[in-house]
Design a protein around this ligand. Structure first.
Ligand code: PLP
Length: 427
């Protein structure tokens, strides 16, 4: 299996090289050259397979012979160490909970998978790799946790000072070892911009890679969730509609990849907060990035979603084809809080703000009688404690994973300009 750059100016490359590079030399993101649908028999009999077996079947063609089968199976086993339960909210709407991993957001799966791939590729190599990543909140924690102790890999995380929740900050600043946190005086876009500049800077001699969802090893494992949901729900014999709270659009793009592999999905809804670049594109046909706006669903505060170009590729860059199986709607913070309250009133379910945006997307889509809607609950409510407890009449119990970091001491280096980052990386 080869990967090509979506800027079409770099040569094709292997899974291994695409993972190590992150981004192609022409600054394009990588895309698989072929997507071969899975056996229909496998999909029909999905209940007979364990999650580990499903994940192996789903990802194998994308890894090819770059990782031997037994190693890939071991990587999957170490990645999928928790469940992905489905909670019924109404007769037609359920929550797919992706937050039962070590940092309680869905990014744990991609981060752990990528860390192990990189560690495997680097095992006979003396040169260290530096993973440089900008986070609006959850990526940092998941990457820090996933890469902690990975041999030959250093991790440098940039996050916007004062713009991530307390728990998110603890998760990315307290681990130590091969993980360094840089607290940036600015917003997420500034962090992202600095990372991009560093990648282009020839004076930096360290080998840099990215662990954002542009990296195929972080992006592709997210296909698993949609198969797991199908496994849990297919006996209902209804059409499935997924609503995915979207920021960089990696998760939903992985869902569309799952559909390409033959997973029966009726429709995808990309639900966003007021960062509405994609909803606007679907309406007008014009893709216009904007500076990101801060919201209560901060993991989706993205003004130029990096994976959207992959989604367009999946639909042959044809807007009409895209509109047929994909919708995207934007919601304000007020609507999000109201919906959190509503969901709680009708079912007692405590959703985090991202999940509530997902729920809103299903309502706006308008489910038909033969359809069931699944929204992806991308983070545990504890990760957005202030928002949840100021919106709902509840106290969120602190899970074990979180208790472990909450009393640890934050260690972060403050930086404000690109030059600060550069001098850190040149040390
Ligand atoms: C990262 C994140 C998202 C957005 O996912 P994308 O793949 O970037 O669209 C949504 N919710 C939470 C809680 C996240 O951490």
């Amino acid at each position: 299996m080869q990967y090509y750059s979506l800027h079409h100016k770099s040569p094709k490359t292997s899974f291994k090289k695409a993972v190590i590079e992150g981004l192609a030399k022409d600054r394009g993101i990588y895309f698989p050259e072929e997507i071969t649908p899975l056996d229909t028999a496998f999909i029909q009999n999905i209940s007979n397979y364990s999650n580990h077996e499903i994940a192996f079947k789903v990802i194998q063609q994308f890894v090819g012979n770059n990782i031997p089968e037994p190693v890939l199976k071991e990587i999957i086993k170490k990645t999928l160490t928790f469940d992905f339960p489905i909670e019924k909210i109404t007769d037609q709407i359920s929550s797919l909970e992706l937050f039962h991993g070590p940092t309680m957001a869905f990014k744990d799966v991609g981060a752990k998978f990528m860390a192990q791939c990189l560690e495997y590729f680097n095992k006979d190599n003396d040169e260290e790799v530096t993973v440089l990543v900008a986070t609006s909140g959850d990526t940092g924690g998941a990457v820090a946790n996933g890469f902690l102790g990975a041999k030959g890999v250093n991790v440098v995380i940039l996050y916007p000072s004062g713009k991530v929740s307390d728990i998110q900050e603890k998760q990315l600043t307290t681990l130590g070892q091969n993980i360094t946190a840089l607290e940036v005086d600015g917003v997420f876009d500034d962090c992202q911009e600095m990372v991009k500049t560093a990648f282009l800077d020839d004076e930096i001699e360290r080998k840099l890679t990215s662990a954002n969802s542009i990296n195929i090893a972080r992006w592709l494992p997210q296909m698993f969730y949609f198969f797991f949901a199908y496994k849990a729900l297919h006996q209902k014999k209804k059409d499935l509609v997924f609503s995915v709270p979207s920021g960089n659009f990696g998760n939903i793009c992985a869902g569309i990849m799952a559909q390409k592999l033959g997973l029966p999905v009726k429709h995808f809804v990309a639900s966003t907060n007021v960062n509405d670049i994609v909803p606007n594109y679907l309406k007008s046909g014009e893709y216009t990035p904007k500076p990101s706006k801060a919201t209560i669903s901060n993991a989706m505060d993205v003004g130029n979603p990096s994976n959207f170009i992959r989604i367009r590729e999946l639909f042959d860059n044809d807007l009409q084809q895209l509109r047929n199986s994909f919708s995207s709607y934007s919601f304000s913070d007020d609507e999000t809080r109201e919906k959190m309250q509503d969901i709680y009133d009708i079912s007692g379910y405590v959703s985090d703000p991202h999940g509530a945006v997902g729920y809103l997307g299903l309502e706006k889509y308008g489910l038909q009688e033969n359809e069931i809607g699944i929204f992806l609950e991308t983070a545990h409510p504890v990760k957005f404690l202030d928002v949840v407890e100021s919106t709902l009449p509840v106290r969120v119990a602190i899970p074990e994973q979180i208790k472990k970091v909450i009393d640890k001491e934050k260690v972060a280096l403050k930086i404000s300009t690109y030059e600060d980052l550069k001098s850190y990386l040149m040390k």
